[in-house]
Design a protein around this ligand. Structure first.
Ligand SMILES: C[S@@+](CC[C@H](N)C(=O)[O-])C[C@H]1O[C@@H](n2cnc3c(N)ncnc32)[C@H](O)[C@@H]1O
Length: 285
């Protein structure tokens, strides 16, 4: 089955190129609230950050087909000793956009990950009460649904072709609300300075919530991990990314760059890159 991939370079607060109810699954990881940009901050303050999430939730609701799923990898953020309740706020925002809150899965990273972000060391230096700061090994994956899914809308042939591998499902414990997955190693060539999620995350979401030939959207596409997994799993994809400079990285990751890719066997797959022309919700160079 050949697939079509569309990369929109612009701000996902508008998804103007995508028509209503044309997407079958949304999987994404929004930027961190304190994400840097050119040695400055991408967001002026928390309210501005929540404003972006609100527009993105509204647009996601518009473009998703009835009954379909939105998956967000997001987590609370600790800045200068204060934790911002991003998960709770994102849940409220998605509910207000019309979604039903369906599930929360906790992603646990391997213990070794902590070597890079050791906060608990403070109490080792000062072994007294009040010096305790726990290390964070967890992120959330929150799942929303737009109305109810009509299981009869899928043909028997597509159902069979998209069957979930129950052996993999059981052995890797997809059935639990705790998913143990490795994180992307910092400094990996295609993810350098991009807070990329591991391929396993969109892989599971795509297999569990979409059928072959359908369209998967990632509005904060970063290095293109979701689009890559969509292509591998014979789904079409749409990615939106505000930073124009990421285009070569995304092309490479998707197997449309200069490097020879051996993972993608279907040579008829196509990639279209759209540079948004409008000033409002345009891209940053
Ligand atoms: C956490 S990263 C996503 C990483 C991605 N999941 C991956 O595996 O590479 C968030 C991305 O969203 C982009 N971004 C931030 N604000 C945006 C916006 N308003 N519209 C579109 N992209 C945006 C950032 O430039 C960054 O590449």
């Amino acid at each position: 089955m050949s697939t079509i991939h569309k990369l929109i370079i612009g701000n996902c607060m508008s998804m103007e190129e995508i028509s209503d109810k044309s997407v079958h699954l949304m999987v994404t990881s929004p930027p961190y609230f304190n994400a840097p940009f050119d040695y400055k901050k991408l967001f002026k303050n928390y309210d501005q950050y929540l404003g972006v999430l609100k527009r993105f939730a509204k647009e996601t609701y518009r473009v998703l087909q009835d009954g379909r799923i939105a998956v967000l990898n997001i987590d609370d953020m600790l800045i200068d000793g204060e934790k911002f309740p991003i998960v709770a706020d994102a849940i409220k925002i998605f509910q207000e956009a019309g979604f039903r809150y369906r599930d929360r899965i906790i992603w646990k990273k391997p213990d070794g990950y902590l070597r890079i972000s050791r906060r608990s060391g403070v109490i080792l230096q000062n072994p007294y009460p009040m010096y305790f700061y726990p290390d964070n090994l967890l992120e959330s994956i929150i799942i929303f649904q737009k109305g109810r899914f009509d299981y009869r809308s899928i043909s028997k042939e597509i159902r069979i072709a998209s069957k979930v591998d129950i052996k993999e499902f059981s052995s890797k414990k997809w059935y639990m609300t705790l998913w143990e997955m490795n994180n992307v190693m910092p400094g990996s060539p295609l993810e350098k300075n991009i807070a990329a999620f591991p391929e396993e995350l969109p892989y599971r979401a795509i297999r569990l919530f979409s059928y072959k030939g359908e369209t998967v959207l990632d509005p904060f596409v970063g290095s293109g991990t979701t689009m890559k997994k969509a292509r591998e799993l014979e789904r079409n994809s749409i990615g939106i990314e505000i930073k124009k400079s990421l285009v070569p990285i995304i092309k490479e990751k998707l197997g449309f760059g200069n490097g020879q890719s051996t993972i993608f066997t279907n040579k008829n797959d196509k990639l279209e890159v759209i540079y948004r022309k409008t000033e409002k919700y345009g891209y940053i160079s």
